[in-house]
Write a protein of this length. Structure first.
Length: 452
C-alpha cells in the first residue's frame, strides 16, 4: 500500500470514529482520485463495513440524513460539509440501466471496489493516508487512462449513464479511454435513451466545459447524436466557402473550445450553427446559409426544451443564436443601441459567441473581423464604465413626470419616453431632467396642436 499525506480533517475524523468501534472505513472514489492528482475534491464519499443502522449509533453526534438507505447510504452533515457514507456492498441486477434493483451488504472492501465504474474511481484511502488499490487505478491515473473495472460492457449495461461519465472524465481530466472501454462506449451508446434526460444533460454540460472538450466532442460525436440527433447533418458537411476551412461540425466544436468556459456560453456555441445544412445553397460557386440564424434559433429551442433547460437559459441561448452573425459597428452610439436592444447580459454573451465563431473560421481572413468585434466590445465597456444612458431606467425622466406635465397615460406617454431615450443615445439631447422636461413639453405642444 502506498501512503499519502493529504486528507480532509472532517472526513478523517469520521473514519477514525468508525474505526474506533471496530469497523473498517475508507475514503473512496472520486475524492481519492482527485487527492492523488493534486486536485480539490468536490464531494467526499466514505465506504465502510458498518451498516446504516450501526452508523446511526456510531455517528450519533452528527446530523444524519438517510439519503439512500435502500442502497446502504447515509449522509453525514458536519460544519457545512456533507459526507456520503455507504456500507460495503455487492450490487444486484440493474434492470432500469441506472440503479441496482437490490444490494447485498458485505464485509469485503475488495468486493465493494469491484462494483465501481472505472479503475481511477475504485481506489480507497484509510484514515492514515494508506492507499488501497486492487484494480490498477493509480497506474491508470499516471497513464491518463479511463478503464472500466472488469468488463466494460457489463459496467455500461448496469448503468448506462457511465457511458457519458467515461466521456466526461476524458474531457474533464484530459484522459483517454482504453481500447476496450472506448469500443463498448460506441457499441452501447443507444442505452443512453433509457436514462433520464436531466442526467444526460448534466453530464453533457460537464463534457462541454472540460479542458479537453474539443478532442472528446470530435471523438464521440456519434454518442452525442443519440440524444441530440440534429447534429448528424453537420458531420462532414463541406461549407464550400473560403471563409471556412472546417466542415460544419468541426467549426462548431472549435467555437465551443474557444468560447468562455461557461455552461450556457458553451451550449450556445454547440448549437449556434446546427441549422446550416438545412439552409445551404450554392450561389456563384460559394456555399451560403441564408437565414440559418433564425432557423438555428428554432432548432436550438426544440433541443433545449427536450433537454429540459430552464426558461431563462433557453431564452438567452435561442436569442443569441438568432442574433449571431451581427456585424458590429465600433461606435458608442451603436453600443448604446445594442445594449438597449439586447441588455448587457445577452450582448456580452453574443460578443463572446461572435469572437469564438470568427476564430473558428479561416485564420487567414479573421483578423479584421475579430478586431472589429473587439473594438465594439471596448465601446460597450466604456458605455458601462461611464454609466451612460442606454435604457429607459437610465433616463432622468419617467412616466410620472410626463403625466404631471400633461401627458395622458397610454401609448403616447410610452412613445415619448422612447423618443427622448433615442435622442439621448444619439447625443442630440442631454440626459438632464430639466432638459428632458423642456423637450417633452415642446413635443406635447406639437401633439396638441396637431389634434386641434
Amino acid at each position: 500500500m502506498e501512503k499519502i499525506n493529504k486528507a480532509p480533517v472532517g472526513a478523517i475524523r469520521i473514519l477514525k470514529i468508525i474505526n474506533s468501534k471496530g469497523y473498517e472505513a475508507y475514503l473512496v472514489g472520486g475524492c481519492v482520485r482527485d487527492i492523488l492528482m493534486g486536485r480539490n475534491p468536490k464531494d467526499w464519499d466514505i465506504t465502510t463495513s458498518a451498516t446504516p443502522k450501526e452508523l446511526n449509533l456510531i455517528l450519533s453526534e452528527y446530523k444524519i440524513v438517510e439519503t439512500g438507505i435502500k442502497h446502504g447510504t447515509i449522509t453525514v452533515l458536519d460544519k457545512g460539509e456533507s459526507y456520503e457514507v455507504t456500507t460495503f456492498r455487492i450490487d444486484g441486477k440493474y434492470t432500469d440501466k441506472r440503479r441496482p434493483d437490490s444490494v447485498k451488504f458485505t464485509v469485503s472492501l475488495a468486493e465493494d471496489l469491484k462494483r465501481r465504474d472505472f479503475t481511477v474511481n475504485a481506489i480507497a484511502m484509510d484514515a492514515y493516508g494508506n492507499i488501497i488499490d486492487e484494480n490498477g487505478g493509480q497506474k491508470d491515473i499516471k497513464n491518463k487512462i479511463i478503464r472500466c473495472v472488469g468488463e466494460p460492457e457489463d459496467r455500461f449495461n448496469e448503468d448506462a449513464l457511465r457511458i457519458l461519465r467515461a466521456i466526461r472524465f476524458q474531457s474533464e481530466l484530459g484522459f483517454h479511454a482504453n481500447k476496450e472501454t472506448e469500443k463498448a462506449i460506441i457499441k452501447l451508446k443507444d442505452l443512453l435513451l433509457k436514462i433520464s434526460i436531466e442526467r444526460v444533460r448534466n453530464e453533457f454540460e460537464k463534457i462541454l466545459i472540460g479542458k479537453d472538450a474539443r478532442r472528446v466532442l470530435m471523438a464521440y460525436k456519434e454518442v452525442i447524436a443519440v440524444f441530440i440527433p440534429e447534429i448528424r447533418e453537420s458531420f462532414d458537411f463541406d461549407q464550400c466557402n473560403p471563409y471556412h476551412i472546417y466542415d460544419v461540425y468541426e467549426h462548431i466544436i472549435n467555437a465551443v473550445s474557444l468560447i468562455d468556459n461557461n455552461k450556457k456560453y458553451r451550449m450556445a456555441a454547440f448549437l449556434h450553427d446546427l441549422a446550416k445544412p438545412q439552409c445551404f445553397v450554392m450561389d456563384k460557386g460559394w456555399g451560403h446559409f441564408y437565414h440559418h440564424e433564425t432557423k438555428g434559433s428554432e432548432v436550438a429551442e426544440e433541443i433545449l426544451k427536450r433537454l429540459k433547460y430552464d426558461n431563462e437559459s433557453l431564452a438567452d441561448i435561442s436569442f443569441v443564436i438568432k442574433a449571431h452573425g451581427t456585424v458590429f459597428s465600433p461606435t458608442e452610439k451603436y453600443a448604446k443601441h445594442k445594449l438597449n436592444h439586447f441588455g448587457e447580459k445577452r450582448l456580452r454573451m453574443l460578443i463572446e459567441l461572435e469572437k469564438a465563431d470568427v476564430k473558428s473560421q479561416n485564420p487567414e481572413i479573421v483578423d479584421e473581423r475579430l478586431a472589429n468585434i473587439e473594438n465594439f466590445e471596448k465601446k460597450v465597456d466604456k458605455v458601462i464604465e461611464e454609466n451612460s444612458c442606454f435604457s429607459l431606467k437610465d433616463l432622468n425622466i419617467n412616466g410620472n413626470i410626463l403625466f404631471e406635465i400633461g401627458y395622458e397615460k397610454g401609448p403616447a406617454l410610452g412613445e415619448e419616453l422612447e423618443r427622448l431615450l433615442e435622442l439621448v443615445i444619439e447625443n442630440k439631447l442631454e440626459n438632464d431632467e430639466d432638459v428632458l422636461i423642456k423637450k417633452a413639453e415642446e413635443d406635447l405642444e406639437v401633439r396638441l396642436a396637431v389634434k386641434s
